[in-house]
Design a protein around this ligand. Structure first.
Ligand SMILES: O=C[C@H](O)[C@H](O)[C@H](O)COP(=O)(O)O
Length: 215
């Protein structure tokens, strides 16, 4: 296991302490969340199940004996645990490296507390070194790419990737995001955008970076 994997596992194990008995837990996607799901598997008899942000996490949760519910059937959640690609000191995030941003954003919005688990290398002062993922309706790809270019970055189509919602991803390179809330709002207004992987209007409530807790 690499040092970064050890730090991811450390953060994921710490996030288990936020899980309450008898509740349904919102679960994100990715290599850090994989460690969280392993831990959740050990305490599966104490929780009521999970809501999942991707087909990948659903399969993992089920392999660990955890029942997965439709968000519509269970209403608001008390806790959502997910990873991120970048995190700033205000706990605003870039997410979507694994193309699961839209479902992740929905579950985060429907949860009272969002605990984000990362390895410390993802903590930055200003977001944008990681290319910003934007999920788009396929027929709007070129239109959205032109609109995104106006913000100063270079949108690149993640060719060959189809999201769980049947859409495509544009990754915007070269942005230095000094106003994450404003940029999130503006990108959301482009016709054809499904969602943007900027979690700024609703940042994480707690970030666990390795063995460090922020927030
Ligand atoms: O779409 C994927 C998600 O936003 C992930 O949470 C994010 O990419 C971080 O993944 P990882 O823990 O594998 O670095």
């Amino acid at each position: 296991m690499t040092d970064r994997d050890t730090q991811k596992r450390q953060a994921a194990e710490r996030a288990l302490t936020y899980v309450e008995d008898g509740k349904i837990v919102g679960v994100g996607t990715g290599s850090t969340v994989k460690f969280f799901i392993e831990g959740l598997g050990r305490m599966r008899d104490r929780i009521a199940g999970a809501v999942s942000s991707s087909e990948q996490s659903t399969a993992l949760l089920q392999q660990h004996g955890i029942e997965v519910f439709d968000l519509n059937a269970v209403g608001p959640l008390t806790l959502y645990v997910d990873g991120a690609d970048e995190c700033d000191p205000q706990r605003r995030l870039i997410k979507g490296g694994g193309a699961a941003l839209t479902r992740e954003k929905i579950i985060a919005a429907a949860s009272a507390r969002f605990v984000c688990v990362v390895d410390p290398a993802k903590c930055v002062d200003v977001l944008g070194a990681f290319a910003l993922p934007v999920e788009v309706i396929p027929m709007a790809r070129s239109h959205v790419a032109r609109a995104l270019a106006a913000f100063g970055g270079q949108p690149v189509w993640r060719d060959g990737v189809v999201t769980d919602n049947g859409n495509w991803i544009l990754d915007v390179h070269g942005l230095r995001i000094t106003d994450p809330v404003g940029l999130e709002r503006e990108i959301n207004q482009i016709v054809g955008v499904v969602s943007v992987g900027l979690f700024a209007a609703r940042p994480a409530d707690v970030v666990i970076a390795g063995d460090r807790v922020l927030g």
